[in-house]
Design a protein around this ligand. Structure first.
Ligand code: URP
Ligand code: ZN
Ligand code: ZN
Length: 470
C-alpha cells in the first residue's frame, strides 16, 4: 500500500518546510515537492503539520504496585498513546529474583497485545556479582538501558557503590544508565515522623520527599557518571535545582542528560491540598511555581533533552467501574490510600496528554518552538535510546510513523476525550488548540480523527542498540 501525503508543512527537530511524503509499505520512500505516484492513495494535508510519531521514553504499563496494578496495559496504554500522536513507547521491566531472562520474558508476554511499537528499559533494583556478569546479555536482547533508584530504600534502591559499578559496566557495553533521583534516606526518616504526627493527607507525600533530595541526588548521579566516565539520563526531573545541577554538570563536560514530564511543568504542591489531591500523587512529587518556571527554562534553553510522561495511571475511585471498549472495568486505585498518603499508588496518567498539552501550553504559549517540540517528544528520545534514524525522523528509509497534526483543531480536553483507562484526567477542561488528526504506524493508519483503526498485536518490539549522547 502506497500513500502520498501532499501539501503539508513538515516539522522536524531542526527545520520547518513544505513538502510531500511518499510512504511505500512500512517506510518513508521519498520527501520532496510535487511528488507523484501512479497508484498511491493521496491525502491532502494542506494547512496541516506533519511530524514524526512521538516517542515516549518513560511509561509504566500493567505495573504491579501497592497491591494493585497500573490501570493501562500494553494495549489500552498504546491505544491512548496513539490518539495523542505517540507511536513508540518504552516501558520498564521489573527485575524478578530469577534474573533478567525470566523478567524480560514476563514483560514480553504482557506486551503481546501491543498496538504500537515498544521497547524496554531494565530496572536495576538488585546488584551482586551474578547480576553484574549478566548485564551485557541485556544489550543482546536489545535492552540498552538500566534504571537505578536513589530512593525506595529496601525495595528498589541499590547503594551508590553498586550504581558506580553498574555505570562502569554500562560504559563498557555501550549501555545507558537512567536514574530516579531523590534522597531515600531522608524520605525514610521523614515519613514515619509525619505519620506519627497524624499527617495522613496527600500533601504530606510531597513534604516527606523534599526537592533538595532530588537536587543533590541529581548532582550525585552526575558526579558518579563523571567518575565512571559513563553517561547518565536523569528521569522525571521535577525541581528547578535539578535543572541547575544538570546545567552545571553539562557545562563541565559530564555526559548527563535530563527528561522532564508535563505534570512537573503545570502543577504544584497546591494541587495535593485539594479534596481530590490523590490524583496528583506520584514520585517525585509536585513542587512549586518556581520549579515549573525553571523547568520551562530548561526546555526553552536546551538544558533538558526530552519530555516523557512517566505514565503510570490509577483510578481515583477504583471501586466504581468505567466503561472501556464496551465493558465495565474497575481496578483498585488511589482510594487505597484515603486514610494514609503512603498507601496511595504512586503515578499519574499522561501518555495521551503529552503532545497535545505540550503543543498548546508549550508551543502556542511561546515556551518552546515547534522544532523543539519535535526534538523533545520525538527525535531526541530516538537518538538517546538507539532508535534513530529508524524512529523519530522524517527522512527516506525511516519507519513511516507519521502524525498529521491539525494546528487549528479546538478541543475541550478531559477524561471524556481521553482513551487512558482511568476515571480522571489531570487536564480536565483545558482548552486545546491543535490536535493529531491522523496517526500512522509503519505506514498503517491507526488513528483517523476520533476513529481507532489500530489492532492488538500490531506493535513490534524494538531491539535497541547504542544511543547518542546529546
Ligand atoms: O510515581 C511514579 N512515578 N510511579 C512510577 C515509578 C517511577 O518511579 O517512575
Ligand atoms: Zn522513577
Ligand atoms: Zn517512572
Amino acid at each position: 500500500m502506497n500513500i502520498l501525503i501532499k501539501n503539508g508543512t513538515l516539522i522536524t527537530a531542526s527545520d520547518t518546510f513544505e513538502a510531500d511524503i511518499l510512504i511505500e509499505g512500512e517506510t518513508i520512500a521519498q520527501i520532496g515537492r510535487d511528488l507523484q505516484h501512479p497508484n498511491a492513495e493521496v491525502i491532502d494535508a494542506a494547512g496541516k503539520l506533519i511530524m514524526p510519531g512521538g516517542i515516549d521514553p518513560h511509561v509504566h504499563l500493567d505495573l504491579p504496585m501497592f497491591g494493585t496494578v497500573s490501570s493501562d496495559d500494553h494495549y489500552t496504554g498504546h491505544k491512548a498513546a496513539a490518539f495523542g500522536g505517540t507511536t513508540t513507547v518504552m516501558d520498564f521491566v521489573v527485575l524478578e529474583n530469577e534474573g533478567f531472562d525470566h523478567s524480560v520474558d514476563l514483560w514480553m508476554k504482557k506486551a503481546e497485545k501491543a498496538a504500537i511499537d515498544y521497547s524496554f528499559h531494565m530496572n536495576l533494583t538488585n546488584f551482586n556479582d551474578k547480576i553484574a556478569k549478566e548485564i551485557p546479555s541485556l544489550m543482546k536482547m536489545g535492552i540498552q538501558t538500566l534504571k537505578v533508584f536513589t530512593a525506595y530504600n529496601g525495595r528498589l534502591r541499590i547503594d551508590d557503590g553498586s550504581i558506580f559499578k553498574a555505570l562502569r559496566i554500562a560504559k563498557e557495553n555501550g549501555m545507558l544508565m537512567m536514574a530516579h533521583c531523590e534522597n531515600g534516606d531522608v524520605i525514610e526518616a521523614l515519613i514515619p515522623e509525619a505519620l506519627a504526627a497524624g499527617h495522613t493527607t496527600p500533601e504530606w507525600h510531597a513534604y516527606t520527599r523534599p526537592a533538595w533530595g532530588a537536587v543533590e541526588a541529581t548532582l550525585r548521579m552526575a558526579a558518579m557518571a563523571e567518575q565512571a566516565d559513563s553517561p547518565v539520563y536523569i528521569v522525571h526531573m521535577n525541581a528547578g535545582g535539578e535543572v541547575d545541577m544538570l546545567k552545571y554538570a553539562r557545562e563541565n563536560g559530564v555526559k548527563v542528560m535530563g527528561e522532564t514530564c508535563p505534570q512537573y511543568l503545570f502543577f504544584t504542591i497546591d494541587h495535593l491540598y485539594r479534596p481530590d489531591g490523590a490524583k496528583w500523587i506520584c514520585s517525585p512529587p509536585m513542587r512549586t511555581d518556581r520549579d515549573n518556571v525553571r523547568l520551562w527554562e530548561g526546555l526553552s534553553g536546551g538544558v533538558l533533552q526530552t519530555v516523557g510522561t512517566d505514565h503510570c495511571p490509577f483510578y481515583f475511585d477504583g471501586t466504581s467501574p468505567i466503561v472501556y471498549e464496551g465493558s465495565e472495568i474497575a481496578i483498585p486505585g488511589k482510594e487505597l490510600g484515603k486514610d494514609d498518603f503512603t498507601k496511595i499508588p504512586n503515578g499519574l496518567p499522561g501518555i495521551q496528554d503529552r503532545m497535545p498539552i505540550m503543543w498548546t501550553y508549550g508551543v502556542r504559549a511561546g515556551y518552546i518552538t515547534p522544532n523543539q517540540f519535535v526534538a523533545y517528544n520525538c527525535t531526541n528520545p530516538a537518538k538517546i535510546f538507539g532508535l534513530y534514524p529508524r524512529k523519530g525522523a522524517l527522512i527516506p528509509g525511516a519507519d513511516a510513523d507519521i502524525v498529521i497534526w491539525d494546528p487549528e483543531k479546538q478541543v475541550k480536553y478531559g477524561v471524556a476525550h481521553s482513551h487512558q483507562r482511568t476515571d480522571y484526567n489531570l487536564y480536565e477542561g483545558w482548552e486545546l488548540a491543535g490536535y493529531p488528526e491522523k496517526v500512522f504506524l509503519r505506514g498503517k493508519l491507526i488513528v483517523d480523527g476520533e476513529e481507532w483503526k489500530g489492532k492488538r498485536g500490531d506493535g513490534q518490539f524494538l531491539k535497541r542498540g547504542e544511543g547518542e549522547i546529546l
